[in-house]
Structure formats: C-alpha cells, structure tokens
Design a protein around this ligand. Sequence first.
Ligand SMILES: NC(=O)c1ccc[n+]([C@@H]2O[C@H](COP(=O)([O-])OP(=O)(O)OC[C@H]3O[C@@H](n4cnc5c(N)ncnc54)[C@H](OP(=O)(O)O)[C@@H]3O)[C@@H](O)[C@H]2O)c1
Length: 291
Amino acid sequence: MSSNLTIQSTLKLNSGYEIPALASAPIEQAESCVREALTAGYRHVDSAVGYRNEAPCGKATRDFASPSSSGDEAVTREHVFFTSKVRPLKLSYESAKTQVDATLAETGLGYIDLMLIHAPYGGPEARKGAWRALVEAVDAGKVRSIGVSNYGVHHLDELEAYIQELGAERGGGQGKGGIISVGQWEVHPWLPRDDIVDWCRARGIAVEAYCPVVRGERAGEQVLQGARGQILIRWSLQKGHVPLPKSVTPSRIKENANVYDFEISQEDMGKLETKEYSPCAWDPTTSPLDK
Ligand SMILES: NC(=O)c1ccc[n+]([C@@H]2O[C@H](COP(=O)([O-])OP(=O)(O)OC[C@H]3O[C@@H](n4cnc5c(N)ncnc54)[C@H](OP(=O)(O)O)[C@@H]3O)[C@@H](O)[C@H]2O)c1
C-alpha cells in the first residue's frame, strides 16, 4: 500500500465509509488553518468539543464546500471528512447525546462524519452510556461513524463486551450495539502502542495518530535527518495509521502534506522501531476501569 499513497488515499472503515488518511488537526487559529489545509489538498478535519474549535473548523469546511468560496464546483460537503469528540468531563449518556446535537449546531454541518469519545474517564457506566448515545446518533443520521480515543486495551475489552450486551438489548443483529470504526491515540516511533494497534488491526479499526510529529520535541534525532516532520508523518502513513499533524504555520501545513514523493525504506522503518513508551501528551490509556 505504502508506495501507492497519495493525498487522496483513504482507509475503508468498519462503518462502510472512507476516511482520508491525512488530517488537519488545528487547535488555535482553527478557521484559517483549516482553510489553508483544505486548499493544500487535505480532506479531513479533526476537531473536538474540548478544543472549542468546532465552530471555526465547521465554518472553514462549509465555506470550502461552497463553490463560490473554493472556486471548485466539484467540492461538496461529502468530500470533507469532519470529526469531533465528546468531552470526557462528566461523561454520560445525557452529556454525549447533548454534545452531538451541540456539535451539529456549532459546526452548521448537516452530519458529522466521525464522533469519538475523547477519553475513557468516568467509570464503566459513564463510558457505556456515552457509547449508547453515539450508537443512537448513528441511527438518527446525525453521525456516520463512531469510535473512541485514549482507551487502553482494558477499556476496549470492556467496550467490546458492552457492544454485545447492547446489541442483544436492542434486538440483536449486525451493528445493533454499535461499530467501532476508529480509535485515536498518541502514536509515533517513541510511542508505537503495539498492544492497542494490534487490538485494532485484528478488528479492522482505523488507528488515528495524534502528536505525529511529537510536538517537534524529537528534532535532534539522527534517524530523522533533515526532513523531520515529513519523515514522521510518512512513517505514520506507511504504518497504515491516520496521522493528525497540527500546525498554525502555512508553510508547514503544506510541508506536512508533501509526503507522497518519497518512501521510507524497510531498513529505515526498522530504525524507527524504538519500543519506547514516551508520551509527549496526556495518557488516559493507563487509567483504571473504575476511574
Ligand atoms: N485525542 C486526544 O486526546 C488528543 C491529544 C492531543 C492532540 N490531539 C490532536 O492531535 C493534534 C496534533 O497534536 P499536537 O499538536 O499535540 O502534536 P504535533 O502535531 O505532533 O505537534 C504540533 C507542534 O509541532 C509543530 N510542527 C508541526 N509541523 C511541523 C513540522 N513539519 N516541522 C516542525 N514542527 C512542526 C507545530 O508548530 P506550529 O503550529 O508553530 O507550526 C506544533 O508546535 C492536535 O491538534 C489535536 O487535534 C488529540
């Protein structure tokens, strides 16, 4: 797959939808960053309730999908994959249900491509309730695909068991308990998360990689040579992940998408197998089930 990668490359999700393999993941200056990214060819926007960036990300997406702004009549809402995440604070069925409706209102988009539970905090009932709300949002046509972020394998096992339970409660049948399409974690050569990635791969779940350029903290690593950010994004793509680089710098937004005219050799991919466990962001994956 890797040598055939292009900026149009997508992964097929368990939900049946396709996810573009490279995303724009802005925090600050979100509207201009998303506008810049969509113009540079990105077709995937990662936002979150917790980042308070749904409105500017939604506006840039709506504007771009309107022919009078993008100048491209062929681009419609369907061409941009839009993600948001349910805030982990006071997670529950009610909070997740309310947030999906708020996300639709904030973004002004008719549907959300992907809604994730941002982190596994709050205990089993909170996590299960939030999942049920997302399953109902899919049934209602508000959201197309659902998944989780920052879940450890123990949280994923709990969710898998709950999906069976919920499916039976909702009359059985394929997908009645919900389908995990995507998981999002901090993943890079210094945090490969083989256990979680293997769990997902065995079930066809797409792995999104946040902090793909390790917040620039590994700039001194010899193995990265000159093109550090690009090598790390390319590493992520060649691993089959969906990297989510963040940049407010227009030249870097373009540079981070300019990763399709070279390939990291098997030998160099091997040099990037560090087996380290060195997060640069928070790490809710280790949180116990009752927290
Ligand atoms: N699910 C979660 O819990 C979670 C947690 C953290 C992050 N995320 C998502 O992942 C996104 C990215 O994470 P992140 O910002 O923490 O880490 P990151 O993308 O690895 O790093 C971003 C930092 O690296 C710089 N940078 C970007 N491209 C570069 C390049 N080519 N060369 C050198 N430096 C470069 C940026 O600087 P400039 O902006 O100054 O250009 C910024 O300071 C976030 O925006 C968010 O959407 C999700």
